[in-house]
Design a protein around this ligand. Sequence first.
Ligand code: TYM
Length: 345
Amino acid sequence: MSKPVILTGLRANNDLTIGNYFGAILPMIEMAERRAGEFQINMFVPDLHSFTTPIDHDRLLEQILQAGRMFVAAGLPLDHDDINLYRQSYVPAHSELTWILDCFTGVGEMGRMIEYKDKSAKLGDDRVSVGLFKYPILMAADILLYGAIYVPVGEDQRQHLEYARDISERMNTHFGELFTVPLPLEKQTEFFGKGQALRIMDLADPSKKMSKSDESGKGVIFLADNPDEAAKKIMSATTDDKASVNYNPIEQPGISNLLQILALLRGHPIDDVEAAYKGQSSYGDFKRMVADEVAGFLTAFQVKLADVDDNAVISAFERSEKIANEQANATLLKVQQAVGLRPRD
Ligand code: TYM
């Protein structure tokens, strides 16, 4: 880990969405394309995180591989020494470090996590697992084992990233310099620019995040969706009765979300895209254009996806898991020594 590390992971609990793509995959790929050499890039599948909420376990293995394929289709190079692609459960140090961090984390601290509150409210008490409750601790271990300083994530993960900073500072205060503390969120936003801390909203209910675990999937564009079906989802997106296109997420969340998606698809700043369509009164025409762009994007993405060689993904997993185990075990040993589980040198 001689180079600074940029790291992110996407759970394989369901197919990935355009929210995942713009919130986390794209900022990571841009870094992999532009900055590998200067940074170590760790892209991983947090497979243990994938069943903090109930899933169909018969599909998990395939979904883990599919996540790997999608990263490659999005542009992750597999032939660069500084780019790692691995599965969390193949690096046992993640679970080991989690247990240690568990013992330095307050129950109240986890209970305050908004994602936990939201997800547990939806599930009902008897379906809320301990895993869901403490998943930010595993996420902190994912980050701290490699000393990652930059972690591109969507807005929903900001609080978890704050916790990763808190627990690393707390451990460093107790035990001396054990962990590299991830950079504060403002610094991350500066570094990643537009892609950091995004929140793409559900098309049917723009008051909530577009989520791959949404049960109906009506307001969610999955990267593997049939492009015509995806276009239909855009055409039936919930808007408002103002008959004027504006970027105003509070008053016009549906239209603002479509503007945001359009800006991301074109790679243009939201202000420019808003200026181009501001005041347009026909939502039908506006939606048609967004629908066409979404369909075009998915068609191109799916061509690349179909071209991905599974063996190349599996070999990248295996190669990277060797490296990840070495790096993670070195950090874990320092922690085990600090807490008194292993003799100090
Ligand atoms: P997960 O799998 O729920 O989501 C993966 C990434 O996609 C982002 N995202 C979104 N961004 C914008 N708009 C949306 N609608 C949207 N939906 C999801 C998420 O913010 C996330 O960045 N705990 C993490 C996975 C994880 C992780 C890590 C991430 C595990 N360990 C270590 C970074 C570092 C999660 O559940 O993400």
